[in-house]
Design a protein around this ligand. Structure first.
Ligand code: CAA
Length: 285
């Protein structure tokens, strides 16, 4: 049966999860926005509200539409609220044990025909799916940061996925105004398999001390025509995320150039994770 998506849930309200909630709510979907505690759910409400406020202040969204968008979102800390969800998108940190615990819990909560999607940026979706009771309904729906702005959605398939699911998710992404591409499960899928080694090389180059951060970023912006330089982009993505994807890429390719550079590791250990913590390669405070 072709899945129909009326009620959507997003689990994990960090940068990506909050952005994904906003995308669905703006497209008229009722959304459950879930995080691990009331405080985290409220922090997620803050992220979404701030982003909508910004659109209002730029004259791109009316106050009435901001209010209507927020009314479509139910912020909660209770996974058990998701019993009637048709699609659940997981956007929790990139650690397999956390993904497994969420998907195992969902097995007991959602209907057997509900679709479970992961926003994982690099972990094996096949491993996530194989740990569930219904691996045929586990698909990747990978958004890009900032999710409300960037149009790409990677729809990730596995050998276990039921036939109609990828098409249904691709159609849904189109309905959200996104441009989906369908990719089989592999380390980094398409975009990160190309982007993350580039970011790692840029960080390794900066680490040599032969170029300043601003000159390095400008070389890529002005010379290659990219919207932002690699150090600024790493700060946007989150240095923990860049590091985690490097680890997955390196484990898959064993190429030294894919390994996480020591400076990146040190910044992650120092909890300088980029924009979200106020400091990374640049200072945002
Ligand atoms: N949320 C919502 N809207 C945002 C936003 C955010 N976090 N950041 C920027 N915007 C909006 C702005 O409001 C603005 O909208 P309008 O033009 O309609 O006014 C628009 O985006 C452009 O923003 P700015 O004018 O402030 O700045 P900009 O022109 O430099 O664009 C950018 C900012 C969209 C982030 C652009 O620099 C860009 O595309 N950068 C590259 C981002 C990228 O490559 N992301 C992918 C990262 S990889 C990833 O996410 C995958 C993974 O798994 C790791």
């Amino acid at each position: 049966m072709v899945p129909v998506f009326s009620k959507v849930a997003v689990i994990g309200l960090g940068t990506m999860g909050a952005g994904i909630v906003e995308v669905f709510a703006k497209a008229d979907f009722p959304v459950y926005a879930v995080d691990g505690s009331t405080e985290l759910a409220e922090r997620g409400r803050g992220f979404v509200t701030k982003s909508l406020e910004r659109a209002v202040s730029k004259g791109k969204l009316s106050e009435a539409d901001r209010d209507a968008t927020l009314e479509r979102i139910t912020f909660t800390a209770e996974l058990s609220d998701l019993a009637d969800a048709d699609l659940v998108i997981e956007a929790v940190p990139e650690r397999m044990e956390i993904k497994h615990s969420i998907f195992t819990a969902l097995d007991d909560i959602v209907r057997p025909d509900a679709i479970l999607a992961s926003n994982t940026s690099s972990l094996s979706l096949t491993e996530v799916a194989a740990g569930t009771r219904h691996p045929e309904r586990v698909v990747g729906m990978h958004f890009f940061n900032p999710a409300p702005v960037l149009q790409l959605v990677e729809v990730i398939t596995t050998v276990l996925l039921a036939d109609d699911v990828a098409d249904a998710i691709r159609d849904l992404a189109l309905k959200l105004g996104k441009k989906p591409v369908v990719v089989g499960d592999r380390a980094g899928f398409v975009a990160n398999a190309l982007l993350i080694p580039y970011l790692a090389r840029a960080i390794a180059l900066y680490q040599t001390g032969k170029v300043s951060r601003v000159d390095l970023d400008n070389a890529c912006k002005v010379g290659i025509g990219l919207p932002m330089g690699p150090l600024t982009l790493s700060d946007l993505v989150g240095l923990d995320v860049v590091h985690e994807v490097c680890e997955v890429m390196y484990a898959a390719t064993k190429r030294a150039s894919d390994a996480s550079p020591s400076l990146l590791r040190q910044l992650v250990l120092a909890k300088r994770l980029g924009r979200k913590t106020g400091q990374g390669f640049y200072d945002y405070s």
